[in-house]
Design a protein around this ligand. Sequence first.
Ligand code: DQA
Length: 154
Amino acid sequence: MLYTIIFVGLKTILMRILILNGPNLNLTGTREPEIYGHQTFDSLIKQLLKLFPKAEITYKQSNVEGELINILQAAYDDFDGIVFNPAAYSHTSIALADTIRSMNIPVIEVHLSNIFARESYRKNSFTAEVCQASLSGFGMDGYRMAIEYLLRNA
Ligand code: DQA
């Protein structure tokens, strides 16, 4: 009985956060490092797990639009908040925007680079329009900032 109560107590303090990355972000660390930096997501996730012991952090990445939609749709029951970098799909995908619009948990968009300071086709984000908030240009630090926001506000 006592154990049950302790277990439930521990569960309630753990916020379940999904970090979801879109196409080409699996190459981060070697892909255009002058724009996206040298750090890999493997190393970032290790840092975030240490930094946020009160968050249950799950990391997923896909290069496929439909897979990202399936992951988001399945996230309703399993997560309390999502940190999402849709990568190039931000600028093209009405489908992903529609999925985010239908979600009942907060989604924060993150971009490593400052999309407003780059090519004109990157300045619009269909997905950011329907996210609770968006961060752009803070590099890997944007993911930490988004998690801090979720822990405080979600
Ligand atoms: C990006 C910005 C996008 O424009 C680009 O297509 C990416 C990465 C970023 O994190 O800065 O793949 O989302």
